[in-house]
Every structure is written in structure tokens, then in C-alpha cells.
Design a protein around this ligand. Sequence first.
Ligand SMILES: [Zn+2]
Length: 454
Amino acid sequence: MKRAALLALLVFVCPLRADGPAAWVGEYQAPATRLINEATRDQFAWDRLSVLTDTIGHRLSGTPELDRAIAWAVSEMNRDGLENVHTEKVMVPHWVRGAESAEMTSPSKHAFAMLGLGGSVGTPRDGIEAAVVVLHGFEELEAHASSVRGQIVLLNVPFTNYGETSRYRRAGASRAARHGAVALLVRSIGPNGQRLPHTGELNYAADVPRIPAAAISSEDADLIERTTGRGGKVVVRLKMEAHVEPDVESANVVGELRGRERPDEIVVVGGHLDSWDVGAGATDDGGGCVVAMEALRVMKKLGLRPRRTVRVVLWTNEENGGRGGVGYRDRHRDELSKHVAMIESDNGVFRPLGFGVNGNDATRQTIAAIASLLAPIGASDVTSGGDGADIGPSVREAHIPGLSLEVDGSKYFTVHHTQADTVDKIDPAEIAKCAAAMAVMAYVLADAPARAGS
Ligand SMILES: [Zn+2]
């Protein structure tokens, strides 16, 4: 047996022992404590995020704000003393919202709280005015297919969880258009309250006409539902200038702390720098970018240079195209096999719980052993997951262990993709703990004697 194989065996067998984490992880107790203390000693992460969100704001692909955020990230990484700081060009879609409105014109006048869905086509200049058919899912849509022609369909499905209800936002327009609907309204994909519409991407099917689509607040959806439920007819006028312009140049931002022994082996940490064009993209995903940057900053500050390279990647265009994640995979194809792990933070930066992991049992056991070092901040849970949107293309192609920072998600979908996604929703102590979790996980994966997942 080769020495490397023996080491790997030791690494993966030890976590199975009943007496706790592998002995090798115990040796990381001291650096983990230092990383946690450094990341949580002040509110550096929150302050940095507030500068991004207050001075640049939201950052949709194709906007000057995203360009400014990219330049800002390069300069911040240089300020942190990172190495090999650079941008990697990616062409991204350029969807423009334009002016938009939706109002009830009968039985009474009432302006809805609405947001067009990302990627939607616009309406004619004078808008689309039609009666509304209220439906509660795709089965009901199919059952009432003959009644939607020439009408506006409202899919009024209460939020349960994102996976379950976001499909109405994604696929609703084309499902309704297939039966002749002229526009789609979807009840906002998020918990009720505060009359706050949520935007997000839709996907048009290739073989049906593209109809305009918008989210309306749950309160407005329920108003329509009550009115039609009483036998009334609701007429809505929808006006949207939304349109797509030619692709524009954008970039992923990359910085590194080069490994001291095996610099060609890489642990990636990252988040996405783009956001929707509402709110300030604080929770989704400015916070994820900042905690990934923090992982390297605190290592650098403490003089902790791991065996392997830790690379921070701030992806572009996660929200409406995913081109940053694909671009990273394509550009780094030759070195994907040298990627030890990829860690994405895109679930918000609330109280950290641990990590989701996509990998074999041995990988999970290694991650669990490392996560045990995060017990002081309550972030030791290891669950399945780890298939983030930006790491996904690389992780799937090269079977790289993928990790996602998992947090208390109870507040995430109240602000996600809304005007309320601002930095005040984030607690300075919680984002600092997220940074600590990212730093410890990345550092130990990059420094461990044997490579995870090998
Ligand atoms: Zn996101």
C-alpha cells in the first residue's frame, strides 16, 4: 500500500471510531479557535457588507452596479493581501425590467404590489387588460384548460417551501400560455406578510408563445381570490416594459491564498456577486460573498497558510443565467481534478448550523470531523446537500466534494428577491459566525494531511 493510500485510509477510518472525531482533526483545535476568534472579534464582515449594499446597492447582470461591485471586490481582495487577484470574463444575459404596474380595473380600482418575473417579456405599450382566472396549481390548470384562453391566469398557491412553490414562478407562464392565457400572475414565492412581492427567474418553454409574467403580493392574490369566490369578475391591467438586450461582458472575481506545499490543489469558497434588481442583494448573496472573502482574510491576518491553495470565487450571474458557474467550470476544466472541495454560501448569513455535503460517506465523515471544530459557534451539523447553483457545474463534472453553508433559514424567504433584502436584516454576530465557519472548514480541508474525497 502506498503511503498516500495508507494516510487516506487512516483519515477515513478514524472518524468512524466511537470516541469522536479523528485524531488528526484534534490537531486543528488551536488554529480553529484562532480563526473563530479572529472572525468574531468585531463586525468587520457586517461593515464590509454594508459598504457593498449601501454604496453600490443591487447588482443585476448587465448593470453598471454589477461592474462597480466587481471592481470593489478586486480592490477589497487586494486590500486583504490576497494573491493572484483577478477577474475572469464571462458573457451574461442582460434583462431589463423597465417600468411596470398591475392594477385591478374592475370591480374597483386597486394597484397591486407587483414585480415582473426575471426574464419576462413585456406587454404592449398600453398593457394587457383581461379577466383573471384563479387557479391553485398545475393540475387545476390542466383541468380548466379550456377556460383560460384570452384570460390572465393567477396561480394562487400559498408558500410552503421554495422547492415546492417556485415551480409555479418558473414554469407557470408557459404552462398557462399553452392553453391560450395572455399573461400570468403568480402569488409571491415567500411567506405572507407586509405586501411584499418577490421576483425571480422564469423559464419559457421553446414551443409556446412567451407571455408576460409577474408576481403579486399574497394580500393582493387573496383579494382577487375572495372577489372571484363571491362570484365577481376581476379585470386586471398589466403593463410591463421588460425586455432582453444583447449579452454583455461581466466577470467572476478570484483571489487566492496560495498553498505552502501543494499550491496546485485547491479548495474553493464563494458566493455570487450579482443580485436581483430590487433591495440591495444583502442576504442574496452579498453576505455569501463577504463570508467567503472573510475566510481568506482571517487566515492571512493570522499567518495561517494552509498546505493547499484556498481560492475565493465571487460568481457573476447566478440569478438569471448561471453563466458564472458554467464559466468557472469551462475556464478551469484542466484543474478541476485538483479541486479538493468547493464550498458555496448562498443560503443567507443567518445563524450558522453547519454544512450540507454532496459526496460519498468518507467525504461526509471527514467534513463531520472538521465541523466538530465548530461546536463553539453551534455550527457542527452535517447534512446532505452541497449542490449549490454556482459550484454545481464544476462539482458535477469532476465529482468534486461540494459543500453549502447551512444556516437558520427561517428568515431567508421573507426577504429573498424582494425590496426588503437589505443589510439591516443581518445580525453582525451571525454573519461573523458564518465567516468563522467558512474559514475553519476551508482551512482544515486545505491543510489536512490527506485530501478529502480521495
Ligand atoms: Zn443567491
